[in-house]
Design a protein around this ligand. Structure first.
Ligand code: PLP
Length: 379
């Protein structure tokens, strides 16, 4: 479903449409434009890298890759010290799931299933798609590569009951993006950690959308005091240059035989220049605090106009409206605000650049206030 809009340029946190409208970007090209558009440090890092070396295979050492991986591992919670760079979120999850079947099988040979959460989205490839809830309409493969057991996202007991000795991995998004920025409770995340530990299964945190500072901490799962065995991230990772990453403990990575993972383009120098710059910018003092603070401000002040309640954290927020998002979104665009939808038809999703400022949040407040609370066609 295409948006009825053509974007020709971006600058800062704004985009310009073909017909000359400037929109404040609360959509971020689907949570990708972490530093907005034309960010001077990102533009110069990519330009410099392009002049020096556009590509080299990951079979050779590269200083740019070494720096990017080191910066990313330092940005991530302690215990996720090894990085494998890929090209997208789905590819990161595909590799994470492969690792889980390979590594959790060390103690128990018969691991045949993955536990996944209702509402979760993990990508469209064979294994990641198998764990994506509601994939029936597009999956198309005759069968999934493993069994998948679904549990509700808000039921720690159901989750504990589902993870057993046949489980290779439990995969979850700490904040479910496509479902409408739905945050998992600390209780659910802690239950996920203890159940997987107990049964020798791996916990995979899919932070493709909610990671890289988006919720106001480097990674969303940190808030629950939980460290997963594997964490995947992508989207804003290189500020718009395609990149994904699989982070794992040194123990897990060191036990991998050579050749277990591979990719042609992953970890190329352009992506690495982007990753290093994004991590440096997000690590600057105050940047993530501002994401958390402005996210709180939106939650406090934007329950106006059509919005009934707000879920999510930082700059991954779902505004639950009293009428369909497909009505609200074009009205918001007419007020100069670009936002996204979710699988929940009543949710307007915000996933702006992490560089968004107070004046832009105030503009959102004003725009929402201008919109009516009810459908025009409701009685
Ligand atoms: N995981 C999550 C949580 C996502 O939101 C997405 C994409 O929206 C993916 C995985 C798949 O990422 P990609 O589209 O880069 O393959």
């Amino acid at each position: 479903h295409r948006l009825d809009l053509e974007i020709v340029e971006g600058s800062g946190n704004r985009v310009l449409t073909r017909d000359g409208h400037e929109l404040i970007d609360f959509y971020g090209g689907h949570a990708v434009a972490a530093l907005g558009y034309g960010h001077p440090q990102l533009v110069s890092a990519l330009a410099d890298q392009a002049k020096r070396l556009i590509f080299q295979t990951n079979l050779v050492e590269l200083e740019a890759r070494h720096q990017a991986c080191e910066a990313l591992a330092n940005f991530a919670p302690p215990g996720l010290d090894r990085v494998f760079l890929v090209n997208s979120g789905a590819e990161a999850n595909e590799n994470a799931l492969r690792l889980a079947f390979r590594m959790s099988g060390r103690n128990t040979a018969d691991r045949t299933k993955v536990v996944a959460l209702k509402g979760g989205f993990h990508g469209r490839t064979a294994a990641a798609g198998a764990c994506t809830h509601g994939h029936e309409s597009w999956y198309a493969f005759p069968r999934t590569p493993f069994d998948v057991q679904w549990v509700p996202p808000d039921d720690p007991d159901a989750l504990k009951a589902a993870v057993d000795d046949a489980t290779a991995a439990l995969i979850l998004e700490p904040v479910q993006g496509l479902a409408g920025a739905y945050p998992l409770s600390c209780e659910v995340l802690q239950a996920a950690r203890s159940a997987t530990e107990h049964h020798g299964a791996l916990l995979i945190a899919d932070e493709v959308q909610c990671g890289m500072g988006r919720t106001g901490t480097a990674f969303a799962i940190e808030d629950a005091g939980v460290t997963p065995d594997i964490l995947t991230t992508a989207k804003g990772l290189a500020g718009g240059f395609p990149a994904g990453a699989v982070l794992a403990s040194a123990e897990l990575a060191d036990a991998l035989p050579k050749g277990a993972l591979g990719t042609t383009f992953g970890g190329g120098p352009m992506a690495c220049a982007g990753i290093l710059t994004v991590v440096q910018c997000l690590s600057a003092p105050g940047v993530l605090d501002q994401v958390a603070e402005l996210g709180r401000r939106i939650r406090d002040r934007c329950c106006v106009g059509p919005v009934r309640e707000i879920q999510g954290r930082g700059f991954l927020l779902g505004l639950r409206c009293g009428r369909p998002a497909r009505e609200v979104l074009p009205e918001l665009r007419r007020q100069g605000i670009l936002a996204g939808g979710a699988t929940d038809p009543d949710i307007v999703r915000l996933m702006p650049p992490l560089t968004l400022g107070t004046s832009e949040v105030e503009a959102l407040e004003r725009a929402l206030t201008e919109l009516s609370s009810n459908s025009k066609d409701s009685p």
